[in-house]
Design a protein around this ligand. Sequence first.
Ligand SMILES: Nc1nc2c(ncn2[C@@H]2O[C@H](COP(=O)(O)OP(=O)(O)OP(=O)(O)OP(=O)(O)OC[C@H]3O[C@@H](n4cnc5c(=O)[nH]c(N)nc54)[C@H](O)[C@@H]3O)[C@@H](O)[C@H]2O)c(=O)[nH]1
Length: 149
Amino acid sequence: MALRACGFIVFRRVANSVPPPGNIEYLLLQTSYGENHWTPPKGHVDPGEDDLTTALRETQEEAGLRAEHLRVIDSFVQELHYEVRGRPKEVLYWLAELRDPGAAVTLSDEHQDYRWARLEEACSLAQYKDLQDTLRAAHTHLQTQGDKL
Ligand SMILES: Nc1nc2c(ncn2[C@@H]2O[C@H](COP(=O)(O)OP(=O)(O)OP(=O)(O)OP(=O)(O)OC[C@H]3O[C@@H](n4cnc5c(=O)[nH]c(N)nc54)[C@H](O)[C@@H]3O)[C@@H](O)[C@H]2O)c(=O)[nH]1
């Protein structure tokens, strides 16, 4: 059976002179182990746990951002499939806006750094093509559905 993980592409809109969607920044976390890779907050689904609960729990554990800090956009979800140490893994990402763009991120021991990054920087940190495509799809969703979200 595939490993299953869930998380959020957390974004914030910064107040500056750049018009939307150029003012959108995405949160990426860098692991303190392994290849020190960058991903949005996410983690493994516990037995009996539903996917959105996992995404919220992992975002709180890994970034210190609780449900009340987030506005979940459940009209967007992307599923990634890749192999980890020879086992298939599926990862579901929803989108969530940080309500207060100034809210602090607090890392756990699992991560050593974080970055709020515009789309292109986020894609270059997220070195995997499937994650880059997911970030771009999220950005397009925000661009095209912006008025309705
Ligand atoms: N010491 C140590 N400990 C580890 C290690 N490894 C895990 N731990 C422990 O596990 C706990 C984390 O538990 P959770 O937080 O619940 O789970 P996740 O958030 O799911 O975390 P993971 O890191 O397990 O999973 P991924 O991010 O999926 O990375 C796995 C591999 O997949 C590749 N990869 C990553 N992202 C993408 C992508 O988007 N696209 C593609 N195509 N590929 C991608 C990349 O090559 C990467 O190396 C930690 O506390 C550690 O104790 C390790 O190497 N050394």
